[in-house]
Ligand binder design. Structure first.
Ligand SMILES: [Fe+2]
Length: 169
């Protein structure tokens, strides 16, 4: 996240935003269009439907890109304005995973998160994975009611859907 110095009114331009994204490679997009989007690869979110897509990500804790085959390497967010009374909480996943007790960590290391892209594809992601750059532990999940389709132990994950038993959570 980037923040202009105190007292400086500054909005990152769309070309600067895209250029920053290209530092890390190809830019992808898997979201719907909005009339006010400045570029197809820069998603526009707002609490005003006339200004941007509303409600994105508001239905549960998640990582961005959870419903893609390969979740996002990174996400560049630029907030033009803060909403009154709204908050975005961000949790460091490395510290979260490393802070688990041994029994919980062993269970989570054995779990797979089932989700889909809403377009007919489903994906099973390891609940705990490694950050592909740092090698640190990280996670792939979404806690939203319609985003998490189930958690499965490793022994269940490759079974046919009818035979696969999810864990209670
Ligand atoms: Fe998000």
């Amino acid at each position: 996240m980037f923040r202009a110095p105190e007292g400086v009114e500054q909005k990152l331009g769309v070309e600067e935003h895209l250029a920053m994204g290209r530092w890390w490679g190809e830019i992808g997009n898997d979201w719907d269009s909005h009339p006010k989007m400045l570029h197809k690869d820069v998603r526009r979110l707002s609490n005003d439907p006339a200004e941007g897509e509303v409600g994105a990500g508001a239905d549960g804790w998640h990582i961005d890109g959870y419903s893609s085959k390969n979740p996002y390497l990174l996400n560049i967010m630029h907030f033009w304005e803060a909403s009154e009374g709204g908050e975005t909480w961000i949790s460091p996943l490395k510290e979260l995973v490393e802070g688990l007790d041994a029994e919980t960590r062993a269970l989570w290391e054995d779990l797979w998160f089932l989700t889909g892209d809403g377009k007919g594809k489903e994906f099973l992601h390891p609940l705990i994975c490694k950050n592909s750059i740092t090698g640190d532990p990280s996670m792939i999940f979404h806690c939203g009611a319609y985003k998490c389709w189930g958690l499965y132990r490793t022994e269940e994950k490759d079974k046919d859907e009818a035979d696969r038993k999810m864990i209670d959570f």
